[in-house]
Write a protein that binds this ligand. Structure first.
Ligand SMILES: Cc1cc2nc3c(=O)[nH]c(=O)nc-3n(C[C@H](O)[C@H](O)[C@H](O)COP(=O)(O)O)c2cc1C
Length: 398
């Protein structure tokens, strides 16, 4: 028998081939998936609290715990989300200068911001509607911030009444974020209520004026809007494209008018140029927060890290400069401090932690960033915030 014949005799018959194919199909997950109502392909194990290693570990757990609409509201930004991505990308354009390391125990991160003595230069940024993340709402998130020794800023759009959040504890400092209201009487009434309840400073947010965010919400199905009418502003003859115009009246003189209603410091949030920072101070601000609302306001604007040095220079030490937008790691915080920020506010990171594991999750997020900041400073040989100057980083923004 020659080789050809041997191969022919050894090859499977048509019957054998069909039988093997049938066995393969019978054992295939595709077929069993049709018998089994439980979905297999999409199954992912959700990691537990003890498995959280850095802030990004909290994001998928947060996502698994909330509805699509709640996820979308937190996760997304304006329009093409270029600025939202750029906020993160910018950290890759700043190198940390390596120096002989020191022991983390030798690192001191204490500072004072507007009369508050802080163990770490961190704040919880004001973010709206925290009851969607956890039933304890803002009061629970504030409790986590207090345990982590970090001041909490109440959002003007909180799900629980601002007074309730402010008066829920006297253990830690609390500030109130305020969206300008046209009526001065309403502005005064709101500011009085929340200051009487314990808010010791007011943050006036001035960005997100002509936001096209409605469009983004529509595309991304926030609140089931693709299946029904949009939950917020509707189209009408005057405003056919539904660009939110409720805040298009803002002017600098408004700050002068509300200043007498604020007993403690007034900060202005949403500043992205040195010129505007100067104007804030001229109009009575005791602090500025460099912010693009986490990329939720004007798309194709710069990241906050890129504009921070210009603003620090313009302010020239007259008032503290806080910054937010994209901060997820202690090394991110260290870069902003080196570029001259006095403190950093954490937005989405705290929401991920809170929705993932409740108050202990939010607390862990803050404490991780604190620990990472210490580790970064130790690795870069910087003992204190005073030693953390621009020589600690090299920027490659151009
Ligand atoms: C879901 C969500 C809601 C927010 N709500 C408010 C708000 O009510 N008032 C405000 O001044 N900023 C609000 N912000 C902006 C934050 O204060 C902060 O500027 C931003 O989250 C920082 O970016 P990051 O989330 O990348 O840290 C919100 C941000 C998010 C993500």
């Amino acid at each position: 028998m020659g080789p050809e014949e041997r191969r022919w005799r050894g090859s499977p018959t048509r019957r054998e081939a069909l039988a093997s194919l049938a066995a393969l199909v019978a054992g295939s997950p595709l077929l069993s998936a049709q018998r089994d109502p439980a979905q297999r392909a999409g199954h992912h194990r959700i990691p537990g609290f003890a498995e959280m290693r850095d802030i990004f570990d909290f994001e998928p757990v947060f996502r698994a715990n909330v509805t699509q609409a709640v996820y979308d509201y937190t996760a997304h930004g304006a329009d093409s989300e270029f600025t939202m991505r750029r906020n993160r990308d910018a950290f890759a354009w700043v190198d940390i200068v390596a120096r002989p390391a020191i022991a983390p125990s030798a690192v001191d991160t204490r500072t004072t911001v507007l009369g508050l003595s802080l163990d770490y230069p961190l704040f919880v940024a004001p973010t709206a509607l925290q009851s969607a993340l956890h039933p304890d709402g803002e009061v629970g998130m504030r409790g986590a911030a207090i345990t982590a020794k970090t001041p909490y800023i109440i959002s003007n759009n909180s799900s629980q009444p601002a007074e309730k959040i402010a008066s829920s504890s006297s253990a830690g400092p609390v500030w109130f974020q305020f969206y300008p209201r046209r009526s001065l009487d309403e502005s005064r009434a709101m500011l009085e209520r929340v200051q009487n309840a314990g808010a010791s400073a007011v943050v006036v947010t001035v960005d997100q004026q002509a936001t096209t965010y409605e469009r983004t919400l529509h595309l991304r199905n926030l609140g089931g809007s693709v299946r029904g009418p949009l939950p917020r502003q509707g189209a009408n003859a005057r405003n056919p494209y539904r660009v939110g115009d409720g805040r298009l009246w803002y002017e600098w003189s408004y700050l002068d008018r509300i200043r007498p209603f604020i007993a403690g410091p007034m900060l202005v949030k949403g500043i992205l140029t040195g010129e505007d920072a100067r104007l804030c101070i001229e109009h009575g601000a005791q602090g500025v927060i460099v912010s693009n609302h986490g990329g939720r306001s004007l798309d194709y604007g710069p990241s906050t890290l890129e504009v921070l040095p210009e603003i620090v220079d313009a302010v020239a030490g007259r008032v503290p400069v806080l910054v937010d937008s994209g901060f997820r790691r202690g090394s991110d915080v260290m870069k902003a401090l080196a570029l001259g920020a006095n403190a950093v506010c954490l937005g989405r990171a705290t929401r991920w932690g809170y929705a993932a594991f409740g108050p202990q999750g939010a607390q862990r997020v803050i404490e991780m960033v604190q620990a990472e900041l210490v580790a970064s400073m130790a690795a870069a040989g910087r003992r204190s915030l005073a030693e953390l100057d621009r020589s600690a980083v090299v920027t490659r923004f151009d």
